[in-house]
Design a protein around this ligand. Structure first.
Ligand SMILES: [Zn+2]
Length: 176
């Protein structure tokens, strides 16, 4: 739905493309696809190009990863986006990242902690800092996503097979 940045990148790279090797156009752009399971929203976006994160693209991502319970939008850490981008590459998938939970406001986090089925909700959750997301990826088993996330050593990894998601964050490397 958004291809922000792509056009600018191609325009800037236009001259170089004349002599580029095949595939050059994809060098230097980082793309992410999201599918929010709660809202049904889908997003395909180049969020990084020409050596920088693209503000409009980040805003689109912040919206899709907002606290869907309260509607609050919060900046998602670009490092988390890079982690997801690398994870998709590691899994060799063209499927979107299905978002179960992205940003969570303190109020939502407290509410979820009160519900037994969300027993994995921590007091000082990195979801409240825009540094964590709970995901699954269509066409890849939860075990495969979990193993790839662990191998990446990009932060915390939580495995929730009964809820069918893997938690990844860009806090310190740890797992549960
Ligand atoms: Zn989580």
């Amino acid at each position: 739905m958004h291809i922000i940045g792509r056009r600018h990148f191609l325009a800037a790279a236009g001259l170089s493309l004349l002599t580029a090797r095949p595939g050059f156009a994809n060098v230097g752009a980082r793309t992410l696809l999201f599918d929010n399971i709660h809202t049904g929203e889908k997003l395909k976006v180049d969020y990084w190009a020409e050596g920088r994160y693209l503000p409009d693209a980040l805003a689109s991502i912040n919206h899709v990863l907002r606290d869907f319970w309260s509607g609050e939008v919060y900046p998602i850490a670009p490092e988390l986006l890079d982690l997801l981008s690398t994870l998709r590459g590691r899994l060799e998938t063209s499927q979107p990242v299905s978002v179960i939970s992205g940003y969570r406001s303190p109020g939502t986090n407290a509410m979820l902690r009160g519900e037994r089925e969300h027993s994995g909700v921590a007091t000082k959750s990195l979801h409240m800092k825009g540094m964590a997301v709970d995901i699954r990826i269509a066409g890849r088993s939860l075990q495969a996503v979990h193993a790839a996330a662990l191998a990446q050593k990009g932060g915390g990894v939580g495995y929730y097979p009964s809820s069918d998601f893997v938690h990844v964050d860009v806090g310190r490397v740890r797992s549960w």
